[in-house]
Design a protein around this ligand. Structure first.
Ligand SMILES: Nc1ncnc2c1ncn2[C@@H]1O[C@H](COP(=O)(O)OP(=O)(O)OP(=O)(O)O)[C@@H](O)[C@H]1O
Ligand SMILES: CC(C)(CO)[C@@H](O)C(=O)[O-]
Ligand code: BAL
Length: 267
């Protein structure tokens, strides 16, 4: 049953658990904007395209609950798979038009991923009935897809994108970082380095020079297999060919050892 709100503003921070400082930053921002902050923890099977990825997704529940308690989060919502998908493992009907950006980048490498993401986020919104919901810019395309889903259903809520929290050496925090070996961990730094290089040289080099330098940095790093590195228009995610586009973003995805990581930087 949705939360009885009265006059209090309710914020939702959806997560898949294995919480880190990136998640806590969303909780903190949410606390500044709303009286009641709900954090959901649900490892959503319908957004995984690789069963091994789903199986090994970290689930340190007690640690997560302690972190949320210490952060002063008001409500933790941890539904079971059967509660969210009563027919599971039978698929439920869900398909919405998320626009052409659904099929780019993550959507190309994880086919159907954003249908699964928007399916569960809609269910979470229905269950919690928030006024406002917070997502990380780390999953840049995800924020765009969720905003499109909100438009499709004309939902009366605000979607806020929050800055990427990084380790001191620049690696974007991610629950999947736990799978990195010590060597992978060092190699993974090239993602942030390639993005930073692109940002620092954006006014000096052409797009094709930027792309070839950044890709070479990544391709020359052992144990790192590039899926994509692109410089795109923030709102369409289509690659840009010149710098007339006002708001652009560099986005990267790569396998580091056995772990697939994503990152991005506004330019
Ligand atoms: N480093 C970060 N900084 C800010 N927000 C983040 C960061 N990492 C994750 N988030 C956000 O937290 C929310 C929950 O993400 P999720 O539980 O999938 O964690 P994650 O660390 O992104 O894990 P993974 O990418 O390995 O699944 C998402 O909105 C995500 O964008
Ligand atoms: C938004 C989300 C919680 C939906 O499962 C997930 O994709 C995530 O953690 O980014
Ligand atoms: N944070 C993105 C969720 C996923 O990788 O499935």
């Amino acid at each position: 049953m949705p939360l009885k709100k009265g006059k209090s503003k309710v914020a939702l921070v959806p997560t898949m658990g294995a919480l880190h400082k990136g998640h806590l930053s969303l909780i903190k921002i949410a606390q500044q904007e709303a009286e009641i902050v709900v954090c959901s923890i649900f490892v959503n099977p319908t957004q995984f395209t690789d069963p091994k990825d789903l199986e090994k997704y970290p689930r340190p529940l007690e640690h997560d609950i302690k972190m949320l308690n210490d952060a002063g989060c008001n409500i933790v919502f941890m539904p079971t798979v059967k509660e969210m998908y009563p027919l599971f493992p039978k698929p439920e009907k869900w398909h919405i038009d998320l626009g052409p950006a659904e099929f780019l980048l993550e959507g190309e490498f994880r086919k159907g991923h954003y249908q699964g993401v928007t399916q569960i986020v809609k269910k979470l919104f229905d269950a919690v009935n928030p006024d406002i919901a917070f997502f990380g810019q780390k999953d840049f395309q995800q924020v765009l897809m969720i905003k499109n889903m909100v438009n499709v259903f004309d939902l009366p809520l605000e979607i806020i994108s929050c800055p990427i929290i990084r380790e001191e050496d620049g690696l974007a925090m991610s629950s999947r970082n736990i799978h990195l070996s010590a060597t992978d961990r060092k190699n993974a730094l090239v993602l942030n380095k390639a993005l930073t290089y692109t940002k620092d040289h954006f006014n000096k080099l052409s797009i094709s020079e930027l792309l070839s330098h950044a890709k070479a940095m990544i391709n020359n790093t052992p144990g790192v297999e590039l899926d994509y590195f692109t410089i795109a228009d923030e709102s369409t995610l289509l690659p840009i060919t010149n710098k007339d586009v006002k708001n652009s973003v560099a986005l990267v995805a790569a396998k580091v050892g056995d772990t697939r990581l994503i990152d991005n930087m506004l330019l």
